[in-house]
Design a protein around this ligand. Structure first.
Ligand code: SDX
Length: 368
């Protein structure tokens, strides 16, 4: 009989083994590769291949996954028609939840072995990017654009959303955020996907579950919530006054803290460096003064550090992206990690079924 331990939120509980990522205060590895090196040397397509197939691709494997992504980009006409009917004030994360589920009815891949799952993972990665861009076009009064074969995944998303190819800086920054967001072991949305997989349910159901979990502001929704917080401020002084009051009232500051990283998120350090350069290039250092006005008391007084979502929100904002796109871009990346974990769980499965401590009414008879 396994030892019984009770830990709220499963904090500190080991729920499984994984080869996909190592997440601890000392390092973040995707299948053994340090995130710092992947961020510098690898594109999202290479990282997607690494997570889904188990190693970094050689040239022909990289060309093959790029060709598969292009092959799977077109959205079914029925899906586009359904997308058109969704009310304009529906959050993009809710659109994604519905449309990924709907796309599943047109899944061109077949089979339920690891190879089939890998193909489905590439198809989902292509479709999610296309759904986000098509919805963005509808919201701006335009028809969706056909994919442009040959563009990188990051450039494709921006091209299909804006109608023009991005400059090199925008493509690189989006690609970097996709690399940083791709995988993070047993976080809430990945664990959700693994639980769904563990009942022998299907990959699309697992990804839809992951989307539902990631939406929450305590998880992926924090990149939007963090920017909503920053957007209130015109000056660094306003931010300083606000954070002092918020901490006084024990408020939760979005974009800070982490269950595993208690001395800082490796990804936040990497992205913040790029953010500072971006702000300088765009002459928006005023935003960095506001950013630092919130960060400094959190780090210096509370010893609570930024997680990846804090720099990411302002990064996307400085790139002119609407807040409603931020967490969906997180999905566009994390779908690769979710699928990698689905494949791993399916290959060596035991259904997840934790216990609970009953604290309800004592046994009592039904009257009459
Ligand atoms: C992601 O798990 C992953 O790997 C997730 C992720 C991934 O890549 O998948 O890294 C992505 O979700 C990043 C986290 C994004 N969420 C936020 O930024 C929301 C704000 N953060 C907090 O809600 C919190 O830090 C969590 C949810 C991230 C972590 O929650 P924990 O581990 O349960 O920590 P906790 O809430 O128990 O906090 C411990 C203490 C508490 O103080 P006490 O109540 O015990 O006195 O630290 C305080 C908290 O109040 N604290 C915060 C805080 N985070 C923790 N206080 C103010 N603001 C915060 N952000």
């Amino acid at each position: 009989m396994a030892e019984q331990t009770f830990s709220p939120g499963l904090a500190g509980v080991i729920a499984g083994e994984t080869e996909v990522a190592c997440v601890d205060q000392g390092q973040l590895l995707y299948r053994g590769y340090p995130i710092e090196e992947l961020a510098q040397k690898s594109t999202f397509e290479e990282v997607a291949y690494l997570l889904i197939y188990g190693d970094l691709p050689n040239d022909s494997q990289l060309q093959a996954i790029k060709a598969s992504l292009d092959k799977y980009r077109p959205l079914d006409a029925a899906l586009v028609d359904a997308l058109r009917t969704i009310p304009k004030d529906t959050a993009m994360m809710d659109v994604l939840r519905s449309m990924v589920s709907y796309a599943g009815h047109f899944d061109p891949t077949s089979g339920d072995d690891s190879d089939a799952y890998r193909e489905r993972a590439v198809w989902l990665t292509a479709q999610i990017a296309g759904i986000i861009a098509a919805r963005f076009r509808f919201l701006n009064g335009h028809e969706p654009l056909d994919p442009k074969p040959g563009l990188s995944h990051a450039a494709q998303i921006l091209y299909q959303a804006h109608g023009e190819e991005p400059d090199a800086l925008a493509e690189r920054i989006i690609d970097l955020t996709l690399v940083l967001y791709a995988e993070h072991d047993f976080n809430a949305s990945t664990f959700t996907a693994r639980v769904i997989c563990s009942t022998l349910s299907d990959m699309v159901s697992a990804i839809v579950g992951g989307i539902g979990a990631l939406k929450g502001p305590l998880h992926g929704g924090a990149n939007e919530a963090a920017m909503e917080m920053l957007e209130q401020f015109k000056t660094q002084e306003e931010a300083t006054a606000w954070i002092a009051d918020a901490l006084e009232n024990k408020g939760k500051i979005m974009g800070f803290g982490h269950r595993v990283y208690k001395n800082g998120d490796h990804r936040a350090v990497i992205l913040e460096g790029e953010l500072r350069k971006l702000a300088e290039q765009k002459g928006q250092q005023n935003w960095m003064a506001i950013y630092d006005a919130i960060k400094e008391p959190m780090v210096n007084d509370k010893k609570i550090y930024p997680n990846v979502d804090y720099p990411c929100g302002l990064t996307y904002y400085l790139m002119g992206l609407p807040l409603d796109l931020y967490t969906p871009l997180f999905v566009a990346s994390r779908v690769t990690g979710w699928c990698a974990h689905f494949i791993e769980q399916a290959a060596d499965n035991r259904i997840y079924r934790p216990l609970s401590i009953y604290t309800g009414e004592a046994k009592r008879p039904v009257k009459g």
